[in-house]
Design a protein around this ligand. Structure first.
Ligand SMILES: NC(=O)c1ccc[n+]([C@@H]2O[C@H](COP(=O)([O-])OP(=O)(O)OC[C@H]3O[C@@H](n4cnc5c(N)ncnc54)[C@H](OP(=O)(O)O)[C@@H]3O)[C@@H](O)[C@H]2O)c1
Length: 287
């Protein structure tokens, strides 16, 4: 497999770089605001598989920069999909639970109607559509609540806050599936090794939780490793207003991935333990 990963410093891009021997391309040389340069690079390298792990990920900021979010998460993905199709490469496009409205009372399946509630979700949905339209070998891999030992994510934010606060208020009415970047990278690489089924797939940590219960588990497991911990005060989304509305339910049903690719994600609690081991090994440096 001649694998090209788009994205360099992001959580998922770095996890992919750590695990495989793929070439990673990204900023500053390759900017998704200039997708034609990336398309030329794909034509030059002639990869057999492209994984796009780069994206505009500022969920709230996207409300103020909808055109930029759409250019990076929508139009640029279309250009990558066309360029990869031109060299016969499969494309794994990483996408998000935020393409859903969040009003279903069960985990979302791949064929459930989409309905993003914000600009970020809308731009990612456009990217999915352009990828599938331009490359018959495109695989859209929707994931959710990504955490890692590095980067900006909920696990690190909670631990950092716990260093200075005894009690932390956390939203308790949003339900989802936390996903360890390493596990997502493993799943993506397993698919990339034999990308035989195109289409949309859900890929998230097994099990489900709320942000408040996720925080409680982070502190319980951190405390057990001698790390920072705090008390969690459950609050409602209404008590924690954000610029972009979050889906109340963004749990992803990952059965199709298991059925068609044999990829089964491990329980998120177990994955959290592995992530905290990494953070502990780095001396709980969270700044
Ligand atoms: N984080 C989550 O909770 C979550 C949830 C669901 C789905 N996802 C999806 O998972 C994928 C990976 O997310 P992540 O958590 O790894 O994101 P991240 O940590 O925010 O990293 C984003 C990556 O995109 C790159 N990027 C942003 N703008 C770019 C541009 N104009 N040109 C080139 N590269 C650019 C960044 O490059 P720099 O290193 O140069 O900044 C970085 O490598 C994305 O498709 C995201 O939509 C994430």
């Amino acid at each position: 497999m001649n694998l090209l990963v788009i994205g360099r410093g992001g959580q998922v891009a770095r996890a992919l770089a750590r695990r495989g021997d793929a070439a990673n391309v990204g900023r500053p040389e390759f900017d998704l605001q200039r997708p034609e340069e990336l398309a030329a690079e794909i034509a030059r390298r002639r990869p057999s598989v492209v994984i796009n792990a780069a994206a505009y990920t500022g969920v709230d900021k996207a409300e103020d920069e909808p055109d930029l979010a759409m250019a990076i998460n929508g139009d640029a993905v279309g250009a990558i999909a066309r360029a990869s199709a031109d060299v016969g490469a499969a494309l794994l496009q990483v996408s998000t639970d935020y393409v859903f409205a969040g009003d279903k009372d069960a985990p979302y399946r791949e064929d459930d109607p989409t309905g993003p509630t914000g600009q970020y979700g809308a731009s990612k949905l456009r990217g999915e559509q352009l990828a599938l339209a331009a490359n018959t070998r495109a695989i859209v891999l929707r994931t959710s609540w990504v955490f890692d030992a590095r980067g900006a994510n909920f696990v690190r934010t909670m631990l950092r806050l716990a260093k200075t606060r005894d009690v932390i208020s956390v939203v308790a009415d949003q339900h989802g599936c936390p996903t360890f970047a390493d596990d997502l990278a493993d799943a993506a690489l397993a698919i990339a090794a034999s990308p035989k089924h195109a289409g949309v797939y859900h890929c998230a940590g097994a099990g489900e939780t709320t942000w408040a219960r996720f925080a409680e588990e982070i502190f319980a497991q951190s405390r057990a490793r001698g790390g920072p911990a705090a008390e969690v005060k459950p609050i409602t989304s209404a008590e924690f207003p954000t610029r972009a509305k979050r889906p109340g339910n963004s749990r992803l049903d990952c059965d199709k991935l298991a059925r068609e690719y044999g990829v089964v994600m491990r329980p998120w609690r177990e994955a959290l333990g592995a992530c905290l081991d990494d953070i502990a090994a780095a001396g709980w440096r969270l700044e």
